[in-house]
Structure formats: structure tokens, C-alpha cells
Design a protein around this ligand. Sequence first.
Ligand code: AHR
Length: 334
Amino acid sequence: MKKLFAVLLSAAMLFSLAACGSTSTGVNQPESGEGDAAGGQIVVGFSQVGAESDWRTANTESMRGTFTEANGYRLIFDDAQQKQENQITAIRNFIQQEVDYIVLAPIGETGWDTVLQEAKDVGIPVIIVDRMIDVSDDSLFTCWVGSDFRKEGDTAVEWMQNVLADKDSVKIVHLQGTIGSSAQIGRTEGLEAGVAANANWELVAQQTGEFTQAKGQEVMESILKQQSEIDVVYCENDNMAFGAIDAIEAAGKTVGVDGDIIVISFDATNAGLTTTLEGKINYNVECNPLHGPRVENLIKQLEAGETPEKLAYVDEEAFDATTITQEVIDARSY
Ligand code: AHR
């Protein structure tokens, strides 16, 4: 009798374990057992570039704040620490875990074909967010949402053309973002087209500050030692602008409205716009990081069996130090 009871007990335990562990996607669920694919929980693997800037922090917060268990998701977040090989490893891990969706914020545009083919082979949709990828076959990703970085560059150049129209000679220092990223490529193309179109503009230095404040400062310090005449510093994000401003001021020069050197920046984060309101950044072109709800909207469309737009560009504004107000800054969440 004792033996029969033990057999029945083990069978019951095995049955309940199997019931807890299985989902229609085969992905392991959280220990709390809260939800499963059948019960509506969607598993999202998100490969983030890193934490190089205020923009990136706001972007991570937007994704984490959207893909919560309360909203019906299990988010597997991976910080690649600025390395493409880490992103490739993360994607392979997501594939192994049989996630429902892979979301990739790519560091650079190239080098994704092989790993995305692996995701495609097992039928996991891949959503690209923020920067774009350059692949031989567009069916390797389902859809993309992000910024028009070339348009951002053109917007900054248009402002420069208006403000610098009367100057005989304009010497420009260019601090680039991570080389090979769409944000760098688009903003650089915009400036280089501006330099080609304006005979009085001269690019006196062009170097990467890798989108970080520390590197922006270091690079600007070294440029200031070699270049005494600078009219404009075109920084491809707010953090590099902060670093450049620190370097310029430490060298005894002034920046911004009525300053020695005009500062152009991108992102328009809260800190960036505060520096714009202070008059130290002359012109700040927005790059909107709040992609969490946008990616969720794409997933909802896919869940409903719809086909989202392949490419979705976010609307963005630009802010001039002479017209920006505190109210504009207060109204923004990043
Ligand atoms: O891809 C967006 C860019 O990446 C932002 O301009 C920059 O701040 C970030 O690191």
C-alpha cells in the first residue's frame, strides 16, 4: 500500500512539474510562474548597445518600463557594453531560449547577416530599433523604428547656414559618434554635405568621441592644442558636447550665444536642453529615445497577425538657445 502511494505521489509531482515548465513557445517562465505564452505573456529578448550616453539611459528606461510583467511581457535584457560580438552572443542566447521576439538596438550597421539568418531559420521575428542595419536581404528583420539621422544632420546644417551666412570663413571641429553607427553616419553625411556646399566652411578637425562625455572632452582638449581658430564645434550628441564645453572653457575660451565658439549638439535630452537654455549649446537637434511603446505597438500588430510598416521614422524637433524656454524642458520626460 505504502509502495502504491509513493508511485502515485511521484506521478502527480511529475505531472505538475511538466505543467509548470511548458509553454507554447517552449521558453522557461519566471519562477513566480506568473503567466505563460498561452496566458498572454510574451517573451522579448532585447540586445542594447550599452550605456554610453544620457540618451541611451533614457532608451533603456523606456524599454524596461514598457516590457514589464504587469504589461504581459518577460523582458530578457542584455547590455552589450559597446561590443558587436556581445550583441551577436546575446542574439544567439535569445534564439536558444526560444524567445517570442528579438529586439536589437545595433551598435553598427554591418555584420548582422549570419546571426539574423539564424533567427530567421527558427522563425523568431527580429525588430530593429534606433539605429539601422545594412543587410544583404531585408527579410532578415521584420521591421525597424528609429530616427532619420541624415535629416538630423541636415537640420543642424540648415541652422548653421542661416546663422553663419555673413562670415567669410567658418572653421569647424567635428566630434563624431561611434564610427559605423547610423547616428554617426547620418549626422556626418549631413555636415560633410554642408561643408561641400559652402565654400567658406572648413573642417579643421574630425575625430570620434564615441558618444561619451569623457572621450568628447579628451578629444576636444587635444584638438584645442593644435587648433587655435575654431568657430564651430559640431558634436554628434549631448554628452560629447558637455565634454567639449568643459575642454573649451578649461582652455580659457567661451562657448555658445555670444561666446567664442558655437556649439551644435544632438539628442536634446533634459541635460542637453538645460545647457541649451543656459546658452552654452547654440542649437540642439532632437533624437527621441522613447522607443519602448513604439516597439510594443509593432509587437501588438504582429501578435494580431498584421504586417507593420517595414520602416517607421520618428518625428523630431530642434531647439535654438535664443528661443527655448524652461517650459519646453519641463514638458519632456527624458
Ligand atoms: O543612436 C542614437 C545615439 O546613440 C544618440 O544620439 C547617442 O547619444 C547614443 O549613444
